[in-house]
Design a protein around this ligand. Structure first.
Ligand code: NDP
Ligand code: MG
Ligand code: MG
Length: 340
């Protein structure tokens, strides 16, 4: 059974005599640093020289130094630079990690696939909010929580679990609930989810649906609304009430059509492909491919990005979104779908 931790299971006093180094001040970094700071934890931000994030961190009253100096000062080092640069950043801080320090991650990729081999004398934890950083921050400011994961890779001190939970509480995750997992489970399920369903699967489904309508003479605008724009409404219903909540809200015709046709589109063959995608995650094939791709300066990645940007659905969408007041305002808050 799954263990879920809440505020009462965690004690931030554990961090009272700690200095926490937050390396990186991007999506997760700014949220963790600010939430820790507001929870009374001593925070130092580690950024490379000339970092574009430096000004933003200093404007919030945070201390900024280099990753190496921040790690030297800290008892807990939270590695929140992009996954692809973490191995190099780890090399720059390894000598500063003292026995009993904590090395903390928000995703398990580098540790799980052996790109970072933490020294044995430190605790290695993962507190991973299941949400983009700006929501981790916004929720905290609104006295709300962000669900998260906790995993212990290495427990040198015997206190890794307690420290991890304290960190999770200080960034607001135990307000919502924190699920216990492992580096392996988090890494593999995260990669599979984003590849097969969330990012990869869903964009392929949208593009194929769009192309099918347009190739058969329907207008691109109609195809865009039907296959992309309305997806949000369906996902919102699933988010609130699961699949059942969605089926309850659509018409009987949509429900019957969906229940009979869905498995025709995403059929057993698609399921077999998902197994292959999972296998490449599990046996490290995907990780090796991605590491090599980065070492080669991302040739395929750049090409794929370019092709995706140039898909007709993107131009159609940009025009349509401009005609309706459905964008986001400066605070990132959503507008209602009405004209201004
Ligand atoms: P970002 O891409 O937002 O991190 C950018 C920050 O890292 C900037 O401050 C940037 O500063 C700094 N940085 C980039 N390159 C270097 C470098 N070579 N040396 C030092 N600093 C550098 O990262 P994310 O927040 O997206 O990801 C951080 C971790 O959190 C990852 O492990 C990720 O998997 C995990 N995670 C991310 C989630 C998300 O929604 N984004 C969700 C859950 C987990 P500069 O101005 O110098 O470039
Ligand atoms: Mg991911
Ligand atoms: Mg319809």
């Amino acid at each position: 059974t799954t263990t879920v931790y809440y505020d009462e299971d965690a004690d931030t006093d554990v961090l009272a005599d700690h200095t926490v180094a937050v390396l990186g001040y991007g999506s997760q970094g700014h949220a963790h640093a600010l939430n820790l700071h507001d929870s009374g934890v001593d925070v130092v931000v580690g950024l490379r020289d000339g970092s574009s994030s430096r000004e933003a961190a200093e404007a919030e009253g945070l201390r900024v130094t280099t990753p190496t100096n921040a790690a030297a000062e800290a008892d807990l080092v939270s590695v929140l630079v992009p996954d692809t640069v973490q191995p190099a950043v780890y090399e720059a801080i390894e000598d500063e990690l003292e026995p009993g320090d904590t090395l903390q991650f928000a995703h398990g990729f580098n540790v799980h696939y052996g790109q970072i081999e933490p020294k044995e004398s430190v605790d290695v934890t993962m507190v991973a909010p299941k949400s983009p950083g700006h929501l981790v921050r916004r929720n905290y400011e609104h006295d709300q929580g962000t669900p998260g994961l906790l995993a212990i890779y290495q427990d040198a001190t015997g206190d890794a679990h307690e420290v991890g939970l304290a960190y999770a509480k200080a960034i607001g995750c135990t307000r919502a609930g924190v699920i216990e997992t492992t580096f392996r489970e988090e890494t593999e399920s995260d990669l599979f989810g984003e590849q097969a369903v969330l990012c990869g699967g869903v964009t392929s489904l949208v593009k194929h649906g769009y192309e099918t309508l347009v190739d058969n003479g329907y207008s691109p605008e109609m195809a865009y609304f039907e296959c992309l724009n309305e997806l949000k409404l369906i996902v919102d219903l699933m988010y609130e009430g699961g699949l059942g909540g969605m089926w309850d809200s659509v018409s009987d015709t949509a429900e019957y059509g969906g229940l009979t046709r869905g498995d025709m589109v995403v059929d057993e063959h698609a399921r077999e492909n998902m197994e292959a995608v999972l296998e490449a995650v599990q046996d490290g094939t995907f990780a090796r491919e991605w590491i090599n791709e980065n070492q080669a300066n991302r040739p395929s990645y750049k090409q794929l990005r370019h092709a995706e940007k140039n898909h007709e659905i993107e131009a159609v969408g940009e025009d349509l979104r401009g005609l309706f007041a459905w964008g986001e305002d400066e605070d990132g808050e959503e507008h209602e779908g009405t004209a201004e």
